[in-house]
Design a protein around this ligand. Structure first.
Ligand SMILES: [Zn+2]
Length: 185
């Protein structure tokens, strides 16, 4: 069967992260913390997600969750076996839990998230011995680009004069500005 010519083929982790970076840019344009994610199976993107908790008044609307929902709808199946999720920033505990529930095979992230990342930074949640699903995790793909997007976003927001209209800062800033701006690599 021939794929439609417009379907982007994800041949490498770099390709997957490039697509996740597109979603992160979309989040930034909407005033959200710039995190993006895509779900890939058999070289095709089957789900996309841009971080959007502020605009949707939804504390669970992290990029990973949005992408998982998109992929599950596309497959008409809540199990996403054989998939890889690409996300620009290390997932939080909630998202690691969702990845396990969804039976995602592999998660690839760009930049670590020192404050809330639950794969390598604060804990290795996916390796908890009681989990009945093995999730393979890998970081550092296009890490500099992913981090630069976060740094630019927070730098711009800090420079914006007070009183201008715009979304109020999230109470819990995943990857807050202090951490990212103080740990350049
Ligand atoms: Zn999350």
């Amino acid at each position: 069967m021939t794929e439609p010519p417009s379907a982007p083929h994800i041949m490498s982790d770099d390709d997957g992260m490039a697509a996740a970076l597109e979603e992160a840019a979309r989040a930034a344009a909407a005033g959200e913390v710039p995190v993006g994610a895509v779900v890939v199976r058999d070289g095709l993107i089957i789900g996309r997600g841009a971080n959007r908790p502020i605009t949707t008044h939804d504390p669970t609307a992290h990029a990973e969750i949005v992408a998982l929902r998109d992929a599950a709808l596309a497959l008409q199946n809540y199990r996403l076996t054989g998939t890889t999720l690409y996300v620009t920033v290390e997932p939080c505990l909630m998202c690691v839990g969702a990845l396990v529930h969804a039976r995602v095979a592999r998660v690839v992230f760009g930049a670590p998230e020192p404050k809330a990342g639950a794969l390598v930074s604060t804990q290795r949640a996916h390796e908890a011995p009681w989990l009945n699903h093995q999730l393979v995790a890998q970081g550092g793909v296009r890490e500099d680009e992913c981090r630069a997007l976060m740094q630019a976003f927070f730098r711009e927001r800090r420079q914006k004069p007070a009183g201008l209209p715009g979304p109020s800062p999230p109470e819990d800033e995943r990857a807050g500005p202090v951490v990212y701006l103080s740990t350049p690599r």
